[in-house]
Design a protein around this ligand. Structure first.
Ligand SMILES: NC(=O)C1=CN([C@@H]2O[C@H](COP(=O)(O)OP(=O)(O)OC[C@H]3O[C@@H](n4cnc5c(N)ncnc54)[C@H](OP(=O)(O)O)[C@@H]3O)[C@@H](O)[C@H]2O)C=CC1
Ligand SMILES: O=C(O)CCCC(=O)O
Length: 484
């Protein structure tokens, strides 16, 4: 890996502003999913290391909380500027450990940085309220205060942006943090810490504890009473486990979990726009995002035409290792992800679906899979219920608007949904009836720092980004002044 600034590639825990080995000396290997080669080994935090990081974050809290909002904002702005100055190195590190194409990795660095910039601005806008009350001799006031020490557990699919989307608002609010990045992708997290330190963010405010013993680290983050808030992005299974573990100490929770997003194409859609939207909504990050279209529902009148256009666009995508060319699709993150993709496709084909393009492991071997379009997909197939998290577009057929809504909502998940229609009445009706936190209407890319990202049902709790995102890191205090 060629970097302009080699100091961005760190291999140790970052606690109290110091780089250190794990207390028992354990390390784990970080590999490049494009070729299975070990990039580096990284210190693997223990439960004791995690407990120490939490204590350090607690010690750093009073001074950080007591800075003016403007001072915290300026430090966040410094961090944002440094991230942009180092975009090439950060993207290289990200692509190397995660596999996404370099252009997409640069896009993620900009996207991740946008949360730091946004919350640098929001830090100064944490307003309270005065309430006209029922008694003449009382004055009722509401203020907002930082919740305290925050734990963040983040996934491998966005190794940079899922950290900045949590740490940005936490720091802006006046909280300190302990971050546990995914085992597959700790290097982007550690590089962010290098830049945070350079930006002047005081020691102890951000602590990073990568480690392969995620149960031990997560156990400490959820049981330790010093931690007042957990923000997690990952699978619904682990989200439920962490929620249960947080019950004993009644921590505030943000959970951004799995999805099963429907992408609906109505007969009156602009088909070329719908194909373009589906390419983004389905194949961004090689199909590995929680907002990826998982089920493409196409009305019968345009089914064949849409399938043909989508298959042609998908077949034209280039697949390959991020650091070796300008590809549009990378490898899956690991063997179990690849196995899941294969199982979903085999199950669908076994039950009568047909391959329009792709449908098998890519000739490059390793963790590469051909971008795939399946037709004739029905609700009894595994792809209808389970998040594939890979480059497979299954096309379901429906007849009426009511059928589309029923099918779309027939899932325990409720994160994102998309639909294409040129009928304004239908656009309002369908958008209101879809059971989810976010809807793309004639749009396949809905994420940005200014909007509330999050889901309902088993897709999670809380919102990230936007003016709402900082509220997750604040407590409300009501004060009653009597005897006026
Ligand atoms: N909502 C989303 O964006 C994401 C959804 N997913 C979905 O989940 C599936 C599985 O992906 P996977 O990576 O296994 O997701 P996980 O939920 O297992 O991992 C997400 C994060 O949680 C950590 N973690 C895992 N187990 C524990 C634990 N017991 N206590 C504390 N932290 C823990 C992981 O650490 P470690 O890496 O060390 O295991 C990682 O940092 C995907 O195929 C996809 O369907 C996955 C990632 C993101
Ligand atoms: O959980 C994910 O998949 C990451 C969020 C994707 C996005 O921000 O668009």
């Amino acid at each position: 890996m060629q970097l302009k600034d080699a100091s961005l590639l760190q291999q140790q825990l970052y606690i109290d502003g110091a780089w250190q080995a794990a207390s028992d000396g354990e390390v784990f290997a970080v590999t490049n999913p494009a070729n299975d080669q070990v990039l580096v080994t990284v210190a693997s935090a223990t439960k004791a290391d995690t407990a120490r990081a939490i204590e350090v974050a607690e010690a750093a809290l009073p001074a950080w909380r007591d800075l003016t909002a403007k001072a915290r904002s300026n430090l966040l702005r410094n961090w944002y500027n440094l991230i942009l100055e180092n975009i090439d190195d950060l993207a290289t590190i990200l692509s190397a450990e995660q596999g996404k194409p370099l252009a997409e990795a640069k896009g993620e660095i900009l996207y991740g940085a946008s949360y730091i910039e946004w919350f640098a601005e929001e830090a100064k806008r944490v307003y309270g309220d005065t309430i006209p009350g029922p008694a003449a001799d009382k004055r009722l006031v509401v203020i907002k205060q930082p919740i305290g020490v925050v734990a963040a557990i983040t996934p491998w699919n966005f190794p940079n942006a899922m950290i900045t989307r949590k740490v940005g608002p936490a720091l802006a609010a006046g909280c300190t943090v302990v971050v546990k990045p995914a085992t597959e992708t700790p290097l982007s997290a550690l590089a962010l810490a290098v830049l945070a330190e350079k930006a002047g963010i005081p020691k102890g405010v951000i602590n990073i504890v990568p480690g392969k013993r995620s149960g031990d680290i997560g156990g400490e983050l959820t049981a330790n009473p010093i931690v007042k808030k957990l923000s997690f992005t990952g699978s619904t299974r682990i989200g439920k486990l962490l929620m249960a573990q947080c019950a004993d100490t009644i921590k505030k929770l943000s959970l951004e979990l799995g999805g099963n997003a429907p992408f609906i194409v109505f007969d009156d859609a602009d088909l070329d726009a719908a194909v373009q939207g589906a390419m983004i909504a389905k194949f961004r990050n090689t199909g590995q995002t929680c907002v990826c279209a998982n089920r493409i529902l196409v009305q019968s009148g345009v089914y064949d035409a849409f399938a043909e256009k989508l298959a042609a666009a998908v077949a034209a995508m280039q697949v390959g290792p991020a650091l070796e060319g300008a590809f549009q699709q990378g490898p899956l993150i690991n063997q179990s992800s690849l196995n899941k993709v294969k199982e979903h496709v085999e199950d669908a084909l076994g039950k009568g679906a047909k391959v329009a393009t792709g449908g098998k492991a890519h000739a490059r071997g390793g963790l590469f899979y051909e971008p795939t379009v399946l037709t004739g997909v029905t609700n009894d197939m595994v792809v209808a219920k389970d998040e594939t998290f890979g480059p497979v577009a299954p096309l379901f057929k429906f007849d009426t608007e009511a059928d589309a809504i029923r099918l779309a909502n027939d899932t325990e998940f409720g994160l994102a949904a998309y639909f294409y229609s040129r009928d304004i009445g239908r656009a309002w009706r369908v958008a209101e009836k879809l059971e989810c936190g976010m809807v793309g209407i004639n749009e396949g890319l809905i994420s940005n720092e200014a909007v509330p990202f999050g889901g309902i049902k088993e897709s999670g709790l809380g919102r990230e980004g936007s003016k709402y995102g900082i509220e997750e890191y604040l407590e409300i205090k009501y004060m009653c002044f009597g005897g006026i």
